[in-house]
Design a protein around this ligand. Structure first.
Ligand SMILES: [Mg+2]
Length: 317
């Protein structure tokens, strides 16, 4: 469910390291052969049974798995099924390595989510090409997903990702009984800023603000998104009213500290108004839409009361 969070982090921190291959085979000689083929261009790790492979995937995320079909204990197909059922591993391409190229066997392999088959004995060029093909497909799929979820101007999540994650967190917090908070953040007098400084400078300003929010809201499951034009939103799971209010004040102060000149604003600098809404225990009548409208209502109150401030419900819980 939380894969979306990881995807947005990949955009800024892409490091070009060798792809990580995991070879799972009960025969050391097979592992050695594959190791010899791939050691130059890949980081190759190995596991001699299903238990080891699952333990490895809990610690690291391979870019591709070469998986022996016939192994004592958990067989290749069962292991593939188990990996595909786990949201953290389901995107890893799995190529089956098999001794007998029975078409019925292959059908089963594709049914459990395998990407391709390689038949022993190996031909190094064929094996390399098949692995390369799967890695290319994987990289393109990752990139597409990234582009579909990230706001092009600011690099934070876009509205689509915001809607998806808010919905998922709403349901998760409903099940766990944990609180969920939402911040709606609007840049004050932004139209006047664009009129005075031009739209290119307006873009620079939005990027700077997104950077400050992202640096302030940085727990792994928090999400910063561009909600619309000059409006941002933060989803804070497992966070109650008090914690959310503290975060909101930190953001408001941090943006003040940026001291971005705004000649047409009363304070002479860029400020933001923030509305905070929290749900600590969901009632059956509550909906995710009511959380958004509550945060919106507090945001507009912050605007009405003079901007450059944080508003939320008066103390009651
Ligand atoms: Mg075997």
């Amino acid at each position: 469910m939380h894969d979306f969070h990881y995807v947005s982090d990949q955009l800024s921190g892409t490091t070009e390291s060798a792809p990580l291959l995991l070879v799972v085979d009960d025969q050391p000689s097979n592992i050695q052969t594959l190791y010899a083929i791939f050691q130059d261009s890949y980081e190759v790790c190995m596991a001699v049974n299903g238990i080891e492979a699952l333990a490895f995937c809990a610690l690291r995320r391979p870019d591709l798995i070469l998986l022996d079909v016939v192994m004592p204990g958990i067989g290749g197909y069962a292991l593939c099924e188990a990996l595909k059922q786990d949201s953290r591993n389901c995107d890893i391409p799995i190529i089956f390595v098999t001794g007998n190229a029975d078409p019925l066997d292959e059908v089963q392999g594709f049914e459990v989510g395998g990407a391709d088959f390689i038949t022993k004995p190996f031909h190094a060029t064929v094996v390399r090409a098949r692995v390369q093909t799967q890695l290319t497909i994987k990289r393109q799929a990752d990139l597409l997903r990234l582009l579909a979820l990230v706001d092009g101007l600011t690099g934070v999540a876009n509205r689509r990702q915001f809607d998806h994650v808010l919905d998922a967190e709403w349901r998760r917090c409903g099940r766990s009984g944990q609180p969920l908070s939402l911040l709606m953040i609007d840049v004050d007098h932004f139209k006047k800023y664009n009129d005075h400084y031009g739209h290119q400078q307006g873009d620079v300003c939005l990027r700077a603000i997104a950077g400050v929010i992202k640096a302030t809201v940085r727990r792994p499951h928090d999400l910063t998104a561009r909600y619309g034009g000059e409006e941002f939103a933060c989803i804070l799971p497992d966070t109650g009213r008090h914690g959310a209010l503290t975060k909101a004040r930190e953001i408001e102060q941090a943006i003040r500290k940026l001291a971005l000149a705004h000649a047409d604003a009363p304070e002479g600098i860029i400020t933001v108004s923030i509305g905070v809404a929290s749900v600590s225990r969901q009632d059956p009548g509550d909906s995710v839409a009511s959380l958004v409208s509550a945060a919106d209502a507090h945001l507009y109150r912050a605007k009405r009361e003079g901007r450059g401030r944080v508003c939320c419900l008066p103390d009651q819980s």
